[in-house]
Design a protein around this ligand. Structure first.
Ligand code: EPU
Length: 292
């Protein structure tokens, strides 16, 4: 008979901090089961605990585009303490899912490898970027992907070739936990890469509120349209609940101007969806993950 995994078995990797300490928008509550695994065996233990206790499992990567309330009866884990690897071989790189995209772009630059600069300044880890097929300026991460190594729900490790994954706008068919990914890159000079990074950074600084804690774009763009433009045209810029405010720079961003809480952001999201629907008939779909 299989031994039941108890919460005591996971005490050494259980987070005692409020999620706020990890969240990019600086909002968080006391999440019942939040773990910081340090190794593959810690991960297997977490998966076992979730499965034996029939709890849903939510990997939250670096925590940059999740909004968490008082989450109970779900198993969440952050990847920051897992080993980080980045192995470059000719024009390919094998990288762990917990690698920060900006650190990766700078590391690749030193080997004259580029392509991913369009993602510069996004505060995200590789795993989350692949799972949601993050993109900007007309490019998506899937264009550079070769394969991923995952831990599936049965606790087995598997390699999945890119051709077996369906990618679309901000979406992938990946359901397993990504451990590592291999990318094929473009050979570029350091100067060329720097100039690309600076170009994208300048555009973001000009058009997005990157100097305030935020969650990235809140909503997906409806086909052929910009959610930010639609929200702006509904006159919602500057609307606020507590310290959460719809950015004056880009209406698809909610910023934390101090002590915003989960309900403040949730209320703004509901307000945007209701006003946009009433005015245009469009149902805006969340790009971020909200759990409560
Ligand atoms: N616009 C407005 N008002 C606003 C915001 C935008 O009128 O408040 C207008 C802009 O002037 C522009 C158009 O809407 O004419 C499109 O705006 P933008 O270029 O900022 O692009 P977006 O569609 O709003 C998308 C991605 C961003 C990505 C940018 C740059 C989504 C949901 N958003 O924004 O991604 O950085 O393009 O490529 O796909 C994210 O995914 O978190 C994200 C921020």
């Amino acid at each position: 008979m299989q031994k039941k995994v108890d919460i005591e078995d996971l005490n050494s990797i259980r987070s005692e901090s409020n999620f706020k300490d990890y969240s990019h928008i600086k909002i968080g509550n006391n999440v019942q089961y939040l773990f910081l695994p340090r190794s593959m065996s810690d991960l297997v233990l977490i998966f076992d605990f979730a499965s034996k206790n029939k709890l849903a499992i939510f990997p939250i990567g670096g925590g940059s585009n999740v909004l968490l309330g008082n989450v109970k009866n779900r198993v969440l884990f952050l990847d920051r303490k897992l080993p980080k690897i980045c192995e470059i071989n000719s024009d390919e790189v094998l990288v762990s899912a917990n690698y920060n995209i900006n650190s990766l772009i700078l590391k690749l630059k030193k080997s004259n490898l580029g392509g991913l600069e369009f993602l510069a300044t996004i505060p995200a880890h590789i795993g989350g970027i692949i799972k949601m097929n993050a993109g900007a300026f007309g490019k998506n991460i899937s264009e550079y992907l070769k394969w991923i190594k995952v831990l599936n729900k049965k606790g087995e490790i598997e390699i999945i070739q890119k051709e077996k994954i369906e990618f679309s706008y901000r979406k992938s068919s990946i359901i397993d936990y990504i451990l590592k990914a291999a990318f094929k890159l473009e050979i570029k000079s350091e100067e060329e890469i720097d100039s690309q990074i600076n170009k994208f950074r300048r555009i973001r600084e000009k058009t997005q509120p990157i100097n305030f804690p935020n969650l990235g774009c809140i909503f997906k763009n409806p086909k052929g349209e910009s959610a930010g433009k639609i929200i702006d045209e509904c006159g919602l810029k500057g609307e606020k609940f507590g310290d959460a405010e719809i950015s004056q720079k880009h209406a698809n961003f909610i910023i934390n101007k101090g002590n915003a809480c989960f309900d403040d952001v949730k209320n703004l999201i509901k307000l945007i969806q209701a006003k946009v629907h009433a005015k245009t008939g469009i149902e805006l779909e969340l790009e971020i993950t909200v759990l409560n």
